[in-house]
Design a protein around this ligand. Structure first.
Ligand code: RRO
Length: 346
């Protein structure tokens, strides 16, 4: 297992002093690297590998009002450069989460971004209210990729009005000082329409992207691999889709903070999402084979910025939207990178 690098020390012993602070709504985080919801439970499993207080935040598995056992197994299938999951919102429910998981995160000094999921607008609102009475909630990430039980099971995130209804209700019931982020699905015709609906309804920021619906058929058994038939596709295979979604939303809503996620394996991958417009980056599928990935990627990101002569993370958020001359000026002359310059990889 890779050792967690010391903060501020480069791989080759070079001093690194990049200002990695970033803003989650009005909350300042020491750095932009977080777990992605669903890939590290409530953070406890990671504590033997990394100091959970050192990364930007732990984003917890989406919690519902009641405990839930999830979908039948098998629930995971490997795919080229990715994987499918159909966990089906397995979880302890909000009571156990508040009693056990949130206090643990607080005791470890971790910043908790709590992901919530519901089947009705009222359930989302109740979850926001419960979290608002608790100590230790840094932000709420609203997972709107759930079937709306009052509307023929149509996924909230696929409809601008349903997305807006959830975000309006959550914003109304969440404590005023807790930022609420809407987690968007890429499985839509126009993600900008959904993003605008969420922001107009009160979302303080946006997370993107959730997984894409996929399916694998085992050609030996001639049956679908997953018991739930379909599942969410994640991993490096979806990174270009994440970059495209972040880019489009940043272009349309330049002032809205974005937590980017989708196939981030390295610091360089994280930088790609940041250049597209994300000011925070969640790390998901990679955690399954490298539980210290968040600490490693944070270190690599600092190195990637250092070799480009970038002093402040904030200076490169959304930089790819600028004309080439502006992008070139952002790189100091001594470290300016041309497309043919191979960059050191850690
Ligand atoms: O629990 C899941 O199966 C799941 C959820 Br809630 C989600 O938002 N995204 C995903 O890929 N799986």
């Amino acid at each position: 297992m890779a050792k967690q690098p010391e903060a501020g020390a480069g791989a080759a012993g070079t001093a690194m002093a990049v200002d990695l602070r970033t803003k989650l709504g009005h909350i300042e985080l020491p750095n932009p690297v977080m777990t992605a919801s669903g890939c590290a439970g409530a953070g406890r499993e990671l504590a033997q590998f990394i100091d959970v207080s050192k990364i930007g935040a732990i984003v917890t598995k989406s919690v519902m009002l009641s405990p839930r056992s999830g979908r039948p197994t098998p629930r995971m299938a490997e795919t080229p450069s990715g994987m499918l999951n159909s966990i089906g919102l397995q979880g302890p429910g909000i009571d156990a989460f508040l009693q056990r998981d949130l206090p643990w995160l607080l005791s470890r000094g971790a910043r908790a971004v709590v992901s919530i999921a519901g089947g009705t607008v009222a359930e989302y609102a109740d979850l926001a209210a419960r979290l608002s009475d608790a100590a230790g909630v840094t932000a709420i990430e609203v997972n709107i990729s759930c079937p709306n039980v009052e509307h023929r099971g149509q996924v909230f995130a696929c409809d601008p009005d349903a997305s807006a209804a959830v975000m309006e209700a959550v914003r109304a019931r969440a404590r005023y000082d807790i930022p609420v982020f809407a987690k968007l699905s890429p499985d839509v015709t126009d993600i900008v329409t959904i993003a605008k609906a969420c922001v107009s309804a009160g979302a303080d920021g946006l997370s993107m992207i959730n997984t894409l619906l996929g399916m694998v058929i085992d050609t030996d058994t001639m049956r679908p691999r997953l018991a739930g038939l379909t599942g969410g596709l994640s991993g490096p295979a979806i990174r270009p889709i994440a970059v495209r979604c972040i880019w489009q939303v940043r272009e349309a809503l330049p002032g809205v903070p974005i937590i980017g996620m989708g196939g981030v394996r390295t610091g360089r991958d994280a930088l790609e999402l940041i250049l597209a417009g994300a000011s925070m980056v969640s790390v998901g599928t990679t955690i399954f084979h490298d539980p210290s990935a968040c600490a490693r990627i944070l270190h690599e990101l600092e190195e990637e910025l250092t070799v480009r002569g970038v002093d402040r993370l904030a200076d490169v958020v959304g930089l790819a939207h600028q004309p080439p001359a502006v992008t070139r000026r952002a790189l100091t002359p001594s470290t300016r990178v041309s497309p043919s310059t191979p960059l050191r990889r850690s």
